[in-house]
Design a protein around this ligand. Structure first.
Ligand SMILES: [Zn+2]
Length: 275
């Protein structure tokens, strides 16, 4: 499942193709994704210019010269692929195609159809349901350790659940929460309201570092990826604990990594290092 770093990698991969581009054509082949694709998407986007590509949490936002905003969520299996010139026939899971005036094709494919594409007018953005529930972006420059600390004090949920809660921090998913907690040496089972300010001051830079490293890894894989098949956003990670059940902890090198389940999601941690 694409997490924040993958979505940011997709955004950066799309930038040279879509920023400033005129949408020569927009084709929708299937509308029944997690949210139905608006019936007027084609009419309101054809011939328009994309003036900006942004990311909000795990959502991609294309702002048009009309100020309408195309919102894209990759869901579980959504992919964006860039084709140039005369593209091969679309895959049956390519539900939407954007064609620029420079004959670049951007295809949105999603076999499981948990992703979606929506179109917002400027007045709808502030009240758009998925956005109103989003917390702070981990890279928000005004986000401070004390903000995390104040939020944590009010919650008795586990630290893992606290960091997964999108209404607190938007965009941290299961994989990166595991890595962040390992690098912060914090036990994922600890109740959030037992965190000290000092814990939060350790946590926040690790959150930003883990995400930034993943974005950088995605960026460096982008070139090779596009040469191979034009597909954006999925790359090889090296994780210290995620998926490493029963291997020795890379920090203490004596304790096997444990796997437990919290909120139906796998948690990997070292019971020796993380307290
Ligand atoms: Zn350890």
């Amino acid at each position: 499942m694409p997490e924040l770093p993958e979505v940011e990698t997709v955004r950066r991969g799309l930038l040279p193709v879509l920023e400033g581009a005129v949408l020569h054509d927009v084709m929708v082949h299937r509308r029944d994704l997690r949210r139905p694709i608006p019936e007027d998407l084609e009419d309101r986007t054809r011939g328009k210019t994309i003036i900006r590509l942004d990311r909000r949490s795990k959502y991609l936002l294309f702002t048009l010269d009309t100020q309408d905003v195309i919102v894209i969520h990759l869901g579980m299996s959504g992919r964006m692929r860039i084709e140039t010139g005369n593209p091969p026939p679309r895959d049956k899971h390519d539900h939407v195609e954007f064609v620029t005036a420079h004959h670049q094709w951007v295809r949105f494919g999603d076999p499981r159809r948990f992703g979606f594409i929506d179109l917002l007018s400027p007045k709808d953005i502030a009240t758009y349901d998925p956005f109103t529930r989003l917390g702070r972006d981990p890279f928000d420059p005004t986000l401070k350790a004390d903000d995390l600390y104040q939020q944590a004090q009010r919650r008795r949920i586990s630290l893992k659940a606290f960091l997964m809660d999108q209404s607190i921090l938007a965009g941290l998913g299961n994989i990166y929460v595991n890595e962040v907690l390992f690098r912060s040496r914090l036990d994922p089972r600890r109740p959030a309201n037992q965190l000290t300010y000092h814990d939060c001051a350790r946590l926040l830079p690790e959150i930003q570092t883990v995400l930034r490293e993943a974005i950088d890894a995605g960026g460096s894989s982008l070139k090779d990826h596009r040469q191979a098949n034009g597909e954006l956003g999925y790359f090889q990670h090296s994780f210290q604990v995620y998926g490493r059940e029963d291997t020795l902890c890379p920090a203490c090198e004596k304790t096997p990594i444990r796997r437990i389940v919290q909120q139906n999601r796998a948690t990997f941690f070292c019971s020796n290092c993380q307290t």
